[in-house]
Design a protein around this ligand. Structure first.
Ligand code: ZN
Length: 302
């Protein structure tokens, strides 16, 4: 694998097709749609940005294409989530590191003592940190710092954009807290396809259960389905949720298992977990996605 990556990087260097624009602006490459949206908000018109992953793309399983490697080689700055979220890109990023271009793993910048531990990931931490708005605000500050170092001429603009964006994130926090408060404590149990919502649960006092565990790289077994269906019946849970970046058959199998035991559970809707909605829609932004998820969860569980 290591050899293939090196070869890809070499090929990309020789066949630089100028994917990136040569307009004097920083060329920034990002991975997930959440990070792409964040960096767009801070960088504004003063950067060129290319997000590798689109809407509905699962970052746990995403592999770099030859085109991606070219974009990465040509980039001035690379931002990614890290904490082994992008499990199959880690090696590529490690190869990319040079004195002038170090890919920035935003998750690695957080205070590790406050993160949720996990044995599953090589990082030893649950990587789904963007579901705590406080951490996403810290991402914003780091992005501002890095862009300002790389392009000091536009640092004033980046700082101004950061101020505006942080205020929006604060407003989002207030808004969703008010929505969640309408849901009684005993109904705050969130069952989804995989464990993306642990930070969300910690921040807003939900019990969170994912059918496939922390990564989609492992499939749910029959035993998991049986265990979780018994839990749903015992706790009298009204609804369970599909995720936009995970095939819905796993959640449908769970619903069928509950039904086979003579009970009923609704599919409460599709949540955006590891990817935002389509570009150009409200759910295609981090803020829109968060509000949509909270409204969907609260409405279905009430
Ligand atoms: Zn995930």
């Amino acid at each position: 694998m290591k050899k293939i990556i090196t070869i890809l990087i070499v090929i990309a260097c020789f066949s630089c097709k100028n994917n990136q624009q040569d307009n004097g602006k920083l060329n920034v490459v990002t991975t997930t749609t959440m990070i792409t949206d964040l960096v767009k908000n801070i960088g504004g018109d003063d950067i060129n940005i290319q997000g590798l992953m689109g809407s509905g793309v699962d970052p746990h399983l995403y592999k770099a294409s030859e085109g991606d490697v070219t974009k990465l080689v040509e980039a001035n700055v690379i931002f990614y989530n890290g904490l082994h979220l992008e499990g199959k890109l880690v090696e590529v990023f490690e190869k990319m590191g040079t004195a002038t271009k170090t890919p920035i793993a935003l998750g690695e910048e957080l205070d590790k003592r406050t993160l949720i531990g996990s044995d599953y990931f090589a990082s030893n931490y649950d990587p789904h940190v963007w579901f705590d708005i406080k951490y996403f605000s810290q991402f914003a500050k780091k992005v501002t710092q890095v862009l300002s170092e790389k392009d000091p001429e536009h640092a004033v603009n980046f700082k101004a954009n950061e101020t505006v964006y942080l205020a929006k994130l604060e407003a989002l926090e207030v808004k969703i807290k008010a929505i969640i408060e309408t849901l009684p404590q005993e109904k705050r149990i969130l069952v989804t396809a995989h464990d993306a919502f642990n930070y969300f649960g910690k921040a807003y006092d939900f019990e969170v259960v994912g059918l496939q565990g922390l990564s989609t790289a492992t499939e749910a077994g029959v035993q998991d389905v049986q265990k979780l269906s018994a839990f749903i019946i015992e706790k009298n849970i009204k609804a369970i949720f599909v995720e936009s970046s995970v095939p819905k058959r796993t959640i449908e199998a769970l619903q069928a298992a509950v039904k086979s035991k003579g009970h009923d559970v609704e599919i409460g809707g599709t949540l955006y977990s590891d990817a935002l909605g389509s570009a150009g829609t409200t759910e295609g932004t981090y803020i829109g996605m968060f509000e949509y998820n909270v409204k969907t969860i609260v409405q279905a569980l009430k």
